[in-house]
Design a protein around this ligand. Structure first.
Ligand SMILES: CC(C)(COP(=O)(O)OP(=O)(O)OC[C@H]1O[C@@H](n2cnc3c(N)ncnc32)[C@H](O)[C@@H]1OP(=O)(O)O)[C@@H](O)C(=O)NCCC(=O)NCCS
Length: 191
């Protein structure tokens, strides 16, 4: 029994999530590897076709430069295996300053099923709430069953669908739009 317990403790992967404000060359390499594997497996976070490595590297480097975007990394046994982004509205959009979008979340196929995505999304929510975000929005293809179960399990409410949301391999795919209130709902306007 003690031996079994010891073995399962040893086998359980170490999971971690963090906000990245810089990427070491190892982190960037692992992030691109994870993204490439997830794209090949079916995408679901924007990309549809496999991308050359320099394109992925330039993309993630670029994400770090956008003031409205925060990049979060998911690690398994210290290796970057997934990411998500918290996107705030541009400064001129005062009317929606209380909201943000959760975008481009993925976990590499070789790291799925360990609860890492739930941790990642929870961390994004906590950071969003701590920076004053009251409503978190997201949208996805209606074919993304795993992601739909993930978000609905975390309390996201589906408020609408879009019949022509995305195009994948020449076919139009419908999409779903979700929101989640973080803390108290914003007050409704009078009148
Ligand atoms: C969706 C995704 C991020 C889940 O990653 P993951 O680390 O395997 O997810 P977790 O292990 O944290 O699972 C959390 C919950 O998600 C749901 N889920 C995860 N994988 C699932 C699957 N294959 N089928 C059904 N539900 C699934 C379950 O509700 C699960 O909770 P449970 O384990 O208590 O049943 C991953 O499959 C992925 O990257 N998919 C492609 C990209 C994508 O769809 N991104 C989201 C849109 S932006």
């Amino acid at each position: 029994m003690a031996d079994l317990l010891q073995r399962s403790i040893r086998l359980a992967p170490q999971l971690g999530v963090e906000r990245a404000t810089a990427l070491s060359s190892d982190d960037l390499d692992q992030l691109c590897e994870a993204a490439a594997a997830a794209i090949i497996e079916g995408g679901g976070f924007g990309w549809v076709r496999p991308q050359p490595r320099p394109v992925l590297e330039a993309y993630f480097r670029g994400v770090l430069l956008v003031p409205e975007r925060m990049l979060f990394l998911a690690r398994m046994d210290s290796v970057v295996v997934g990411s998500a982004q918290l996107v705030r509205p541009p400064r001129n959009n005062e009317a929606q300053a209380f909201s943000a979008t959760l975008a481009h979340a993925f976990v590499a196929p070789y790291a799925r099923g360990h609860g890492l995505a739930r941790r990642l999304i929870t961390r994004v929510e906590e950071t969003a709430a701590a920076t004053g975000v009251r409503v978190l929005n997201l949208d996805l293809r209606e074919t993304q069953a795993a992601a739909i179960a993930l978000y609905e399990g975390l309390g996201y409410a589906c408020w609408g669908t879009h019949p022509a949301y995305a195009q994948v391999d020449g076919s139009v795919v419908a999409g779903r739009y979700y929101f989640k209130l973080l803390g108290r709902a914003p007050r409704a306007a009078k009148g």
